[in-house]
Design a protein around this ligand. Structure first.
Ligand code: NBP
Length: 481
């Protein structure tokens, strides 16, 4: 009997998704480029399961019922193209290929076009949740034709994480829409992680909390409606782990240089390309880059000193202020991510349902959090909401906490502690809420040196001034008086 679902690529994600699909009642066939991984999988985790191993792609396609449903879970980039090219001659019209890797949305759009014109069906599906999510229920973001999604829906809804209002999967939109939404999810994830890192820095290095106290603070924050989330939960756990060699908290002996695989940068690249301000996410990506200058920073620390002052306030009273700053900054970060999705939806024709995007992130994925309910609610109430900061519940919450947020950012600046994502969020908030920014001067400068013209606030049209010959006579200096 033919197997109903195929998985190519048996690294952590492919293996776990394969087992998830099989556990949910769909017999599977698997294939991996190198034979050893398939052998190990079959001899260990696949034993006793309805899994057929294939050692060539010919065997693999022959093992599948038609139309074939094939999930490609290989390293993103050239390996996906190579796999598709090898598969193409073996497929039949109507077969469905799903790329579940972290592919760049532009690659997905290109592949969809190529494969659709060859009468195959292609789904570019973002998968979030790491290896644990892949096995027990990830958040799935499939993009492609609605018809293909409908065909796959019975499988996808079963393997996805389940939350109070349904499985964490929905039809995202055409072409590269699924991978776009996954990319922005990852950008938001970068923002969340950096904001938590900054809260940790303040708690530890300004307030002097030890690992046990850090654990208690994050564990307590995780019980709140606002901050309850997977990332806060694992942060609390991290402080409970000691290093067996040194006896120190393990986190203290980890080198402070963060890696990145590229999806955060892709989010930044596209936001800049389509003109959406995402300063918190940019700050998060930049902070990882700064962290990677480890050796240079060690040298610089010997030569450049910061303020010598230390915190002399009330430690207990400052902790909730840091929590407020974290929450306000997080709201700004999500406001930026959702604004990016909204603009991309319009420009790329994705027709995204932003409330649904927030809903499918409620379970399975790395940014899962109770807070996403509020975002879903805000967009359900007003699908045309220009910015999350204007949603009544978000607006009021920030207004109630902005004094604490400002105090935290100001204190960090005075003590020389970098809080790039807290500050970027506050700047975003202050810029967004101001009806007049200083870019009137920027426009004047641009027109001065480059005749770039400007618009006026009092009448329509485009204007240019011959600044050099119009500069007033030097008036009597007033500042010195
Ligand atoms: P990797 O990204 O580490 O890729 C390893 C797999 O790709 C192996 O099966 C390998 O086969 C195969 N592969 C490579 Br490399 N080059 C190939 C080629 N030219 N042709 C065919 N197969 C090739 O695996 P992963 O961590 O499981 O991730 C899979 C995808 O899921 C990636 O796109 C990743 O970004 C994405 N993702 C990962 C996570 C996570 O938490 N790890 C989460 C969400 C999404 P081999 O065994 O023969 O070398």
């Amino acid at each position: 009997m033919a197997q109903s679902f195929g998985v190519i690529g048996l690294a952590v994600m492919g293996e776990n998704l394969a087992l998830n699909v099989e556990r949910n009642g769909f017999p599977i066939a698997v294939y991996n480029r190198s034979r050893e991984k398939t052998d190990t999988f079959m001899a260990t985790r696949a034993t006793g399961k309805n899994v057929v191993a294939a050692y060539t792609l010919e065997e693999f396609v022959a093992a599948l019922e038609r139309p074939r449903k094939i999930l490609i879970m290989v390293k993103a980039g050239a390996p996906v193209d190579a796999t598709i090219q090898q598969l193409k001659p073996l497929l039949d019209e109507g077969d469905i290929l799903i790329d579940g890797g972290n592919s760049l949305f532009k690659d997905t759009a290109r592949r969809a076009e190529e494969l659709e014109s060859a009468k195959f069906t292609f789904i570019g599906m973002g998968v979030s949740g790491g290896e644990e999510g892949a096995l027990n229920g990830p958040s799935l973001m499939p993009g492609g034709t609605k018809q293909a999604y409908d065909f796959l829906e019975p499988i996808l809804t079963k393997i996805a994480a389940q939350v109070d209002d349904g499985p964490c999967v929905t039809y995202i939109g055409p072409g590269g829409a699924g991978h776009y939404v996954k990319m922005v999810h990852n950008g938001i994830e970068y923002g969340d992680m950096q904001l938590i890192a900054e809260a940790y820095d303040l708690l530890k290095n300004v307030l002097g909390l030890n690992a046990q106290q850090l654990h208690e603070v994050f564990a307590e924050w995780n019980t709140t409606d606002e901050l309850n989330s997977y990332l806060i939960e694992i942060t609390a756990d991290v402080f409970k782990v000691s290093d067996p060699d040194s006896g120190l908290p393990l986190v203290d002996v980890i080198k402070d240089a963060a890696g990145q695989k590229g999806t955060g940068r892709w989010t930044v690249d596209d936001a800049l390309e389509i003109g959406v301000a995402i300063p918190t996410i940019i700050a998060a990506v930049t902070a990882r880059i700064m962290s990677s200058y480890k050796q240079e920073r060690v040298e610089a620390a010997k030569q450049i000193t910061g303020p010598s002052a230390t915190f002399d306030g009330d430690v207990k009273a400052f902790i909730p202020k840091i929590r407020d700053a974290l929450y306000c900054s997080k709201m700004c970060s999500y406001a930026q991510g959702m604004a990016l999705l909204s603009k991309a939806s319009e420009l790329y024709g994705y027709d995204l349902n932003l409330g649904e995007c927030a809903r499918i992130w409620k379970g399975g994925c790395i940014i899962r959090a109770g807070f996403l309910n509020k975002i879903k609610h805000a967009f359900d109430e007003n699908p045309g909401l220009p910015n999350l900061l204007l949603a009544p519940e978000f607006k009021q919450t920030i207004l109630d906490r902005q004094a604490a947020w400002r105090e935290v950012v100001a204190t960090a600046a005075q003590l020389g502690i970098p809080v790039p994502a807290f500050s970027a969020s506050l700047d975003y908030f202050d810029s967004y809420r101001r009806d007049r920014l200083p870019q009137n001067l920027t426009q004047a400068q641009r027109d001065y040196f480059g005749a770039h013209t400007y618009e006026r606030t009092d009448k329509p049209g485009t204007f240019h001034t011959d600044w050099i010959h119009t500069v007033d006579q030097e008036p009597e200096a007033v500042l010195a008086k």
